[in-house]
Design a protein around this ligand. Structure first.
Ligand code: DC
Length: 213
């Protein structure tokens, strides 16, 4: 079974996707971490998104064990990731990684921007998570504050708006809701209520046959 979870930054899709994966006993892939790891490895090589060959090399050589690196969550890496993400050859390299991941025997839960539209267009269930921009900025601000990073809420909001615009307007696999995705608005929901609503949506699509074990 494949479950696709898409949405903009800080919509809550990562937390939700992880919980959904645990609920159904499925492997989980945060596909944003692939773009972040590509950006990190490019920076380590003292290069950037303008060097397409280096960017593609970084995308082709991602070390799966490095995807939990806390450095990937830093705002600078998020910004750099949104600059490598529009490069079609980078997307093609990462598409192969994502497809290999979800062809395992159990299937998978993947979250990102183009899972329902490009990576897994035949997913059994597609969710598109949205939330008001200011609410997303507040959540991201609190996350960053808890991890000790000093940014004002206004800076976080401006960053988020810039990244949303880049993700939505890029030519290659832009952020867009798949026509057959189910919309979940988490603006007024906490994590537990969002999770409950997501499971209800999924069960509504699958009936009772969704559990893999
Ligand atoms: O979800 P995130 O903030 O970790 O994503 C980092 C960047 O990667 C974001 O700017 C958009 C890009 N991305 C993408 O283009 N496609 C995906 N499937 C996942 C992320």
């Amino acid at each position: 079974m494949i479950i696709a979870v898409d949405g903009p930054a800080a919509s809550g899709k990562g937390t939700l996707a992880r919980k959904i994966a645990a609920h159904y006993g499925l492997p989980y892939l945060d596909t944003g971490s692939l773009y972040r790891a590509t950006a990190r490895d490019l920076l380590v090589a003292k290069s950037d998104h303008e060097n397409v060959n280096e960017a593609v090399r970084a995308a082709q050589n991602i070390d799966p064990d490095s995807l939990d690196d806390p450095k990937l969550r830093e705002p600078g890496i998020g910004e750099a990731a949104s600059l490598v993400a529009p490069i079609p050859q980078v997307r093609a390299a990462l598409l192969q990684y994502q497809r290999r991941f979800c062809t395992g025997p159990k299937g998978a839960v993947l979250d990102g921007r183009d899972i329902g539209t490009v990576v897994c267009p035949d997913a059994n269930v597609k969710l598109f998570i949205k939330a008001d921009t200011k609410v997303r900025a507040r959540r991201r601000f609190l996350e960053l504050e808890a991890s000790g990073l000093m940014m004002t809420e206004a800076q976080v909001l401006a960053d988020l708006q810039k990244r949303d615009e880049r993700d939505r307007s890029r030519h290659s696999s832009p952020l867009v809701k798949a026509v057959d995705a189910h919309l979940l608005d988490t603006t007024n929901l906490d994590i537990e209520s969002s999770y409950k609503a997501a499971i209800e949506l999924i069960e509504g699509v699958l009936g009772d046959g969704g559990k893999t074990d």
